[in-house]
Design a protein around this ligand. Structure first.
Ligand SMILES: [Zn+2]
Length: 208
């Protein structure tokens, strides 16, 4: 079975959102084409879903500004602007994304004491989400990953997929993803390549 994982294609990470990724909204049309014509058996999506007091928010740390480095539960943590707070428009999927076609939504980042870049587990790797179990139950053998943002949640999700789903072929769809920092994106792609993630474009998938 072939599966697609759409990472955090939410208002909060698109222009106008609280933690906008430049041109983040450009992935929506590509994601919709992949959903429609990508030949996937299973469509999954992750959704950053924070309580208002989440510890990754600079607002929760005296003297910290967004994008400062700080600490969360003893681990280094980027201090983010408040974003994707549960129940707000910022946390909703982009309005043009074909959410009807999504079979399984994995919410993440609910524990205020730890951030969760990966759709598979928290950053401290202690608590797992249900996504790996769901994909195993669907007998998925190929997983393509794309979305927002390449250098954080997409990268960590792809790397965890390789590690947690042995035998599953994992690929990153570059043109269906956008990143926060250009240098970070380059480094993320190199790291994914090194660790066994295939790098492809949507054109290669849609041409099949
Ligand atoms: Zn977040």
């Amino acid at each position: 079975m072939k599966a697609l994982l759409l990472v955090d294609i939410q208002n909060g990470f698109c222009p106008g959102g609280n933690l906008p990724v430049a041109h983040g909204d450009e992935v929506v049309a590509i994601a919709n084409r992949l959903i429609e014509d990508g030949g996937y058996d299973v469509i999954t999506a992750s959704q950053d879903w924070h309580p208002a007091n989440h510890g990754s928010f600079a607002s929760q740390h005296a003297g910290k500004k967004p994008f400062d480095m700080g600490e969360l539960s003893g681990q280094p943590q980027v201090m983010w602007p408040d974003h994707c707070v549960q129940g707000t428009a910022d946390a909703e999927f982009h309005p043009d994304l074909n959410v009807e076609a999504i079979d399984y939504v994995q919410q993440k980042g609910e524990n205020p004491a730890v951030d969760s870049y990966s759709a598979f587990r928290d950053n401290d790797q202690a608590a797992l989400t249900g996504l790996a179990g769901y994909l195993r139950a669907q007998q998925v053998s190929e997983l393509d990953v794309c979305g927002l943002a390449t250098d954080y949640c997409v990268k960590f999700s792809a790397l965890d997929a390789v590690e947690m789903l042995p035998g599953v072929k994992v690929r990153f769809i570059s043109d269906a993803s956008r990143g926060i920092d250009p240098e970070g994106v380059k480094a993320a792609i190199e790291e994914m390549k090194t660790k066994g993630v295939g790098i492809i474009t949507s054109a290669e998938i849609l041409a099949d």
